[in-house]
Design a protein around this ligand. Structure first.
Ligand code: HEC
Length: 139
């Protein structure tokens, strides 16, 4: 009888630990949810569908974004290993399926480890060129 109790106790502990991991994974999911204010979400991209013949978007991406997001946007830049937050792969449907306004908001307003770029990239025209460049990072 006594040993059975021990087994029960172990089982309960196991359930507790497993449950904690489950709850922890739920909180990561909640963090992944990045709400975008409506005024950004529905923003019109004035350069939508425009070819970036001058490569301005690409050059700015290289300068400001590549160190974390990586050359192809996979999230494997040289600084990525120092970050606690996981980055989505830009070529992923989860990113490409978002509106241009969503991408704009996350790129230039940012949150936590994703820096704010409003001061570093003040030109709205240049910002949309970067958004357009991210749109080319599809597999
Ligand atoms: C210091 C590292 C770092 C740099 C530099 C950086 N990012 Fe990020 N970025 C992140 C991290 C970390 C996340 C994930 C943030 C989160 O989910 O809380 C992220 C997320 C994003 C997302 C959201 C993707 C999604 O839907 O989950 C976009 C878009 C983005 N970055 C664009 C950019 C652009 C554009 C630049 C350059 C102007 C840039 N980032 C520069 C670290 C960086």
């Amino acid at each position: 009888m006594k040993s059975l109790k021990k087994v029960e106790y172990l089982f309960m502990s196991f359930l507790f630990v497993a449950g904690s991991f489950f709850l922890l994974s739920m909180t990561t999911d909640i963090q992944d949810d990045w709400p975008v204010p409506a005024e950004y979400k529905d923003m019109k991209n004035p350069l939508a569908g425009q070819d970036d013949a001058t490569n301005i978007g690409k050059t700015l991406y290289k300068e400001h974004c590549e160190s974390c997001h990586g050359k192809e946007g996979y999230g494997d830049g040289s600084k990525a290993g120092d970050l606690d937050t996981e980055m989505r792969d830009f070529s992923d449907a989860e990113v490409q399926g978002q509106t241009d306004g969503d991408v704009y908001y996350k790129s230039f307003i940012g949150r936590d480890e994703m820096p704010n770029y409003e001061k570093k990239i003040p030109s709205v025209d240049e910002r949309w060129r970067i958004v357009n460049y991210i749109r080319t990072l599809v597999e």
